[in-house]
Ligand binder design. Structure first.
Ligand code: PRP
Length: 172
């Protein structure tokens, strides 16, 4: 039976915030070409909306790592596939749907830094404060969410719910 979902962030709230983030990124990240790197799968909807608001020249690439077994973080990050282009000397914007324990982001930043980009910034739609001091790693943040399992707008529970146009949580 489908579980009841409480809306935490409406489509309208998300749309407005994505537009604001894009304005800030365009204003603060210089004029150079940017490589926008989405972390699959969760970031695909956020990234699609974000890049359509950005006014600069950009290319898109994707990276995939996984550390979750069902809905639980294992703490071990596995690289499943890497970028398709060299980013040495380029301005990279890493796009995440959520930073939760921060394990994935820390791993990705270390990995991308070895590719020697000219700059490396992080934009995450969501941040959940799990006491791991990860907020400081995010340059552009959409929203902080409570310590609940969140779904929708790209985020899944066991592969489902990514297509919801809002961010929600299961009712207790
Ligand atoms: C989710 C999310 C982040 C990561 C955040 O990805 O998209 O990449 O977990 O969690 P952390 O801060 O605790 O590391 P997931 O591994 O579930 O893969 P998915 O994007 O394909 O759903």
């Amino acid at each position: 039976m489908p579980r009841e979902i409480e809306v935490l962030l409406s489509k309208e709230q998300i749309d407005a915030r994505v537009a604001e983030l894009a304005l800030r990124i365009d204003a603060e990240c210089g004029d150079g070409e940017m490589v926008v790197v989405g972390v699959l799968k969760g970031s695909f909807i956020f990234m699609a909306d974000l890049v359509r608001h950005l006014k600069r020249q950009l290319t898109c690439d994707f990276i995939r790592v996984s550390s979750y077994d069902k809905d639980r973080s294992t703490g071990i990050v596995r690289m499943e596939f890497d970028l398709t282009q060299p980013v040495g000397g380029k301005n990279v914007l890493l796009v995440e749907d959520i930073v939760d324990t921060g394990t994935t982001l820390r791993h990705l930043l270390k990995h991308l830094e070895t590719k020697r980009p000219a700059s490396l910034k992080v934009c995450s739609l969501l941040f959940k404060d799990m006491g791991t001091d990860s907020r400081k790693l995010i340059d552009y943040l959409g929203f902080e969410v409570p310590r609940r399992y969140v779904i929708g707008y790209g985020l899944d529970s066991d592969g489902l719910y990514r297509s919801l146009p809002y961010v929600g949580a299961f009712k207790e």
